[in-house]
Every structure is written in C-alpha cells, then in structure tokens.
Design a protein around this ligand. Structure first.
Ligand code: SAH
Length: 216
C-alpha cells in the first residue's frame, strides 16, 4: 500500500488510517489515489494530509479523512453499485466512492460548492460522478433508487424519504443526532420491508438543512 517515492506526509496519512483500523485494501487504495490537497482551500494545502476536518466555502467542511475511510468501509461497496451521497461539499467523499462503485450521484444545496466540486472532479478525470444542485434529503422521484446512500451532514432522524429509495439489501449511513453536537453514525440495512439499524461510532458533522441554499 505504501509506495516508494510518496511524499512523507502521504505515507503518514496512509499509516494513520491503518493504525486506526481501516483494513479494506480497496478503501485504502482509493484513499491513496485521491489527492486530498486538491479538495481543500488553497491556503490549507499544507494541512491537507492531516487527519482533521477543514473549513471550505459556504461555512461548510471537508470531512476528516479517517471518517471518510470508515464510512466508505462501512458501506460495503462493490463495483456494480449505484450510490447516492447527500452533501457533496468539496467532492472528496464522492471521489473516494467513485473509485469503488459504478456510479455516484452527489447532491449539494450550495451552488458554489456543487460547481466547484464538479470542476474539480472533472479535472481529476472522475467521470462516473454526477454532482447535482438540490435538496438531497428529498431527491426527485425520477432519480430512481440506490444500492447505497451516504448522508454526510447531520440529521435529527433517519430520513424516511431516503430509506424509501434504498434497493433491497441496500445500506444507508447517516450521522443522526443534534445539529450542533455529537451525532451517532447509524447504519441502516434494508431487508424485505424491514430496516435493521446499527449504531456505529460518534461523529460530528455540519447540519443537513432543507431546500436549496438561497445564498450562493
Ligand atoms: N462530503 C463532503 C463534506 C460534506 S459537509 C466532502 O467530502 O467534502 C456537508 C455538506 O452537506 C455541506 O456542503 C452542506 O451544504 C451539504 N448539505 C446540507 N444539507 C443538505 C441537503 N439537504 N441537501 C444537499 N446538501 C446538503
């Protein structure tokens, strides 16, 4: 996994993920392949390989790399999957997903963030991601259903509008809890008409808000 010639901070980044328990080789490889420094603000490039969330435009954040890797692992992805992400932000999580699945649809409520993420993902040659401006908590019916859904903004409860869109055997991950506090990362698996819930770990995400943002 660690290749000769990688800058030291990227080696430390990979080692940190492994030390914290990320073991899925495909996830580790995706984390290695996607240059996080392309997703942070120019002023933060020197900090891109630290295991912390960082501020991006519109008062939002790019998630902590460990949390991105952990969520990706918990999604149990395969190359046939169609995945919905709610909360594109920088596009980093979408980029990681795109290495592991067939198609990613990522929805963002800020036009500025959606446009910047789209440009960035295209520049990296990641063509199996569609970034859409919209309210990801209420995806339009014509978008169809998904094998996996990952919500990367905090919700007070698991949105039925999203579990309704899961395929049989599908998995949804969402940070559930108060908007300005600690949330629990919850995994829902759909089997028949049952939803099986498992609480995973404590996380902190910016809040999911309804509707398209009126500010840019
Ligand atoms: N996954 C991102 C980090 C997400 S931060 C990354 O890898 O960089 C959470 C994002 O969710 C923010 O950009 C916020 O604007 C967005 N968001 C919040 N509520 C939303 C909603 N209802 N629909 C779509 N996006 C939403």
């Amino acid at each position: 996994m660690i290749t000769v010639g990688q800058p030291p901070e990227q080696m430390t980044f990979q080692l940190g993920l492994r030390r914290r328990g990320i073991s899925d080789r495909l996830v580790l490889r995706a984390m290695e392949d996607i240059p996080r420094d392309r997703f942070v603000e120019p002023n933060d490039r020197a900090h891109a390989w630290r295991d912390t969330a960082l501020a991006i435009a519109c008062g939002q954040t790019i998630s902590q790399p460990f949390v991105v890797a952990y969520m990706t692992e918990q999604l149990q992805l395969n190359t046939g999957h169609r995945v919905l992400e709610v909360g594109t932000g920088s596009g980093y999580q979408a980029a990681i997903l795109s290495k592991l699945v067939r198609d990613v649809l990522s929805i963002e409520r800020y036009r500025t963030l959606a446009d910047a993420a789209r440009t960035r993902l295209e520049a990296l040659g990641l063509h199996n991601i569609e970034v859409m401006l919209g309210d990801g908590l209420n995806p339009a019916a014509n978008l169809g259903s998904f094998d996996r859904i990952v919500v990367t903004a905090a919700v007070e409860e698991v949105p039925a509008a999203l579990t309704d869109r899961l395929e049989e055997g599908g998995i949804l991950l969402a940070p559930v809890g108060p908007h300005n506090g600690v949330q629990t990362l919850v995994r829902i698996r759909k089997t028949g008409d049952r939803l099986e819930r498992k609480d995973l770990v404590d996380v902190r995400f910016v809040p999911a808000l309804p509707g398209i943002a009126r500010e840019l």
